[in-house]
Ligand binder design. Structure first.
Ligand SMILES: *Cc1c(COP(=O)(O)O)cnc(C)c1O
Length: 360
């Protein structure tokens, strides 16, 4: 019973934090080259911890607490390429629990600083494919709890509603010219966001399609196309937050209507273009999303269709000042964005088609 008192308090602490928070904005993006299509960005960078992982972290903590997996002295451990760990560090500190993030050594310095800012500790591994196994080992060693976002993301969130990201988007679209988006575009890290969106539109019998974009060095695109669970890669994605070297349990292909594979140069060029367009720096996964949006807009445009497309602004570009927004870093990593930059201007500003993408 003593434990139940702590649990009540912990759940109330998280609910009170939610009660103090506002919803994230839905930002319209006006493209005169597409007069019959309205574009929107759900700005998840405006959460207190700066990304869509704030929602996931809250859900994972609530799920772990309700399952009786966390106790007064539990060390909380997560396998994370950064953003989830930043958000979980925030909630762990709220509950006074120690937090360890297990992450690839290549994670951006800004994210490491953010985790440490919230009182978390970082534990690095050389091979991104090893972070889950290492997290499991640490949980055993400390007697703590491995949150395991890649397994639980799809089930920790209430997909029917409870102000999940899908319900929030649809309620914010209510007074728009085209309130039911033709497409909602997401990218997959855990796959949790696309699972919530896909289940919600089916459950509510809404006509929106869910399109997912996948970067290079990720198995999700091929896993979707061939419905295979066993694919692996020995390299990590270069777009932080999305693309995985193995098919995670949280990735639910059956609720995704379409998938597109996006070359990294196009994603990063779109990251730069969109940041200028909206006057606010966006992260690389948002650039990847944007290419998916433009491909779908092109198809609608060519068919003479009208409607709206919504995508997510997953995190802010401020986190990538020393990577995607640093000319030296781009050169060192063999990213020449000049051709891709012109292709994006042609598409977004002049209504021309993008180079052909791999898709199904
Ligand atoms: C996690 C993440 C995503 C993908 O969201 P999932 O719900 O995990 O699939 C996209 N962008 C960024 C920056 C992320 O951190």
């Amino acid at each position: 019973m003593h434990d139940r008192e702590w649990l009540n308090q912990a759940i109330q602490t998280i609910e009170a934090d939610y009660n103090r928070s506002a919803d994230t904005h839905l930002i319209p993006v006006h493209l005169p080259a597409y007069p019959n299509i309205d574009f929107y960005l759900k700005d998840e960078s405006s959460h207190p911890t700066g990304s869509l992982k704030h929602r996931l972290a809250r859900s994972l903590f609530m799920y772990a607490l309700a399952n009786g997996w966390l106790h007064q002295k539990s060390t909380v451990i997560e396998a994370s390429s950064g953003s989830t760990a930043v958000s979980e560090a925030y909630f762990a500190r709220l509950l006074n629990l120690p937090f360890i993030a297990v992450m690839p050594a290549s994670t951006s310095p800004e994210k490491i600083a953010a985790i440490e800012f919230y009182g978390g500790r970082c534990h690095f591994v050389a091979n991104p494919g090893q972070i889950s196994a290492e997290s499991q080992r640490l949980a055993q060693e400390t007697g703590g709890h491995f949150m395991d976002q890649f397994t639980y993301a799809e089930r920790a969130t209430d997909w029917r509603a409870n102000n999940n990201i899908a319900e929030s988007i649809f309620s914010q679209m209510a007074l728009e010219r085209f309130p039911i988006p033709k497409w909602i575009v997401a990218s997959c890290g855990t796959g949790g966001t696309s699972a919530t969106l896909g289940r919600y539109v089916r459950y509510r019998r809404l006509g929106s399609g869910i399109a997912c974009v996948d970067p290079e060095n990720s198995v999700f695109f091929d896993a979707y196309q061939h419905r295979r669970q066993d694919l692996t890669l020995d390299k990590g994605s270069r777009i932080e937050g999305i693309g995985r070297p193995r098919v995670e349990a949280s990735f639910i292909p059956s609720v995704i209507d379409r998938m597109l594979q996006i070359p990294d140069t196009l994603s990063l060029a779109a990251t730069h273009w969109l940041s200028k367009k909206i006057g606010k720096k966006v992260g690389g996964s948002t650039g990847c999303n944007w290419i998916g949006v433009m491909q779908l807009a092109q198809e609608m445009h060519q068919r003479g269709e009208a409607g709206s497309i919504v995508t997510l602004l997953c995190d802010s570009g401020e986190r990538y000042a020393q990577t995607y927004f640093c000319p030296d870093w781009l050169t060192k990593n063999d990213f020449d964005l000049s051709d891709a930059g012109w292709q994006i201007i042609d598409c977004c500003e002049h209504g021309k088609a993008l180079p052909k993408l791999k898709q199904n």
